[in-house]
Design a protein around this ligand. Structure first.
Ligand code: SF4
Length: 122
């Protein structure tokens, strides 16, 4: 729980600084709702997802998050054309348990990187 709260705090501070606190708060609420009331990923699927995250260059081992708001890695976001930190900043040991969860890198690359099909199948 402490790891989740620390990760959420870092992500929220970054979102406040960018004026995106409302979107971040809404995403956090949706994630928690899905975790508590939605379908859970099976244990094997959650383990596969987290194993893939731990091998991913975006993963921040210190916070156990998908990327880090201030430590990067960074990229040039094709949507905003800004140099931004990569990742969704989610606490991955928590997120992998949500069956409908998606992988940030999988979304950015059209399925060419990040979680494999068996890890994203809902
Ligand atoms: S980009 Fe995908 S595989 Fe990498 S840390 Fe984020 S969720 Fe995990």
């Amino acid at each position: 729980m402490k790891g989740f709260l620390t990760a959420a705090w870092h992500a929220m501070l970054y979102s406040i600084a960018r004026g995106e606190a409302w979107q971040r708060g809404r995403g956090l609420f949706r994630g928690l709702w899905a975790l508590w009331f939605g379908e859970r990923a099976g244990g094997a699927q959650a383990v596969r997802r987290l194993d893939r995250c731990r091998d991913c260059f975006v993963f921040n081992a210190g916070l156990q998050t998908c990327g880090h708001p201030t430590k990067g890695p960074y990229w040039n976001d094709p949507v905003t054309d800004e140099y931004l930190p990569m990742g969704c900043f989610c606490h991955m040991p928590t997120k992998v348990k949500i069956k409908a969860a998606t992988c940030w890198l999988d979304e950015q690359t059209g399925g060419n990187d990040g979680w494999d099909e068996g890890e994203t199948t809902v």
